[in-house]
Design a protein around this ligand. Sequence first.
Ligand code: FAD
Length: 401
Amino acid sequence: MELALKPEDEAFRQEVRDFIAEHLTEDLRTNAAIQASVRTDPETAGTWARRLGEKGWLAYNWPKEMGGPGWNVLQRYIFESECAAVGAPLINSMGYRMIGPLIAKFGTEEQKNFYLPRITRHDDSWCQGYSEPGAGSDLASLQTRAVSDGDDYIINGTKIWTTGAHYANRCFCLVRTSTEGKKQEGITFVLIDMDTPGIEVQPILMLSGDHELNQVFFDNVRIPKSNRIGEENQGWTVAKYLLEFERGGVSYTPGLKASLSSIREIANIERSDTGERLIDEADFKQALAKLEVEVMAAEFTEKKQMTDLARGKNPGAKSSITKLLGSEVGQRVAELKMKAVAHYALPFMPESRVPGNNVEFPGPQYALTTTAAYLNGRASTIYAGSSEVQRTILAKQVLEL
Ligand SMILES: Cc1cc2nc3c(=O)[nH]c(=O)nc-3n(C[C@H](O)[C@H](O)[C@H](O)COP(=O)(O)OP(=O)(O)OC[C@H]3O[C@@H](n4cnc5c(N)ncnc54)[C@H](O)[C@@H]3O)c2cc1C
């Protein structure tokens, strides 16, 4: 990949900047700036998503024939970097990043015609019903049953850690349709409308006090078989394809670079115990430089993977590399930011991070989200497959050990 920007790339960047300047209004920026979850609240993020959708830029990773802008990988990276640099709201990307590419590959014509345009406009908010209380890393052990009844399936069971299920209107879900043979063989991939009778969503609060996660209960939930993606009992193949997109094709580094530059700014203001500017303190300076190098290495790895994607290669098992790097370096960046804000990290005030609140945070604004971001970020080495699981995939499938 060409790393220096050509004049046409510079022009593209300016086009993105102009769009952001006009459409990312102050209220959206302010709401996003005070939040620390992997996603900004659905109202703020939804408004931003729809504005991008109107421009044709929401499903920015899609080719033209799928309804996307048809950008090359560098343009996608520029777009992500510009959004991260200004702290744009973090959108629920499960539609355009996960289920969209999957429907494009495995869906029927009818499913493609119905769902893909909706995803490009953010008409739907999706959640992912994979994990269960007894099936996380060992996902194939899932027990939620779908029993055939004429043209329908009747679903019973429970899903857990379902991000955004409390506001999602659609769920892509793995269900067991057979207990014969290997456990991977009896799984089917279905789409469920969240307003179907028999679904109950119960909240699970994060350490930071944020509500992102849920447990979802299915009690005789009837869905049409036309909501199935792929063949019955072939859901494992479908699901594995989706996991590659969940782990790969995601750029972590634009966000990490934005965090590092905010740490630099903070370190120019805050003082160390000895009274010198934090940025001049040897240990801090070294820790920051080390992370900047790590993020740069992660960025090159991501760009290499994007180049592969552009050449039509699936992310494959190598997507575990970017997932590992992005999440583990991200945790170290969050830790350094905790050190930079020092005692301002102490106040526990989740209410000060709710849009429209009138709570005064007893510290500088840049410290408001630091602890919550650090706490929420601990989960990044668990979700989308834990670090241990990613290392095993790399050892077996990439290094062939
Ligand atoms: C914030 C957050 C959001 C999430 N969002 C969603 C979502 O939207 N939808 C969804 O379906 N799921 C979601 N998950 C669930 C997530 O995918 C699982 O938590 C993850 O797969 C790990 O499964 P588990 O929690 O059951 O842990 P376990 O699988 O029980 O793992 C426990 C520990 O054992 C280790 N371990 C397990 N197996 C092995 C092995 N074979 N070798 C070495 N070590 C191993 C793990 O690394 C971990 O440290 C989310 C989780 C979190 C934390």
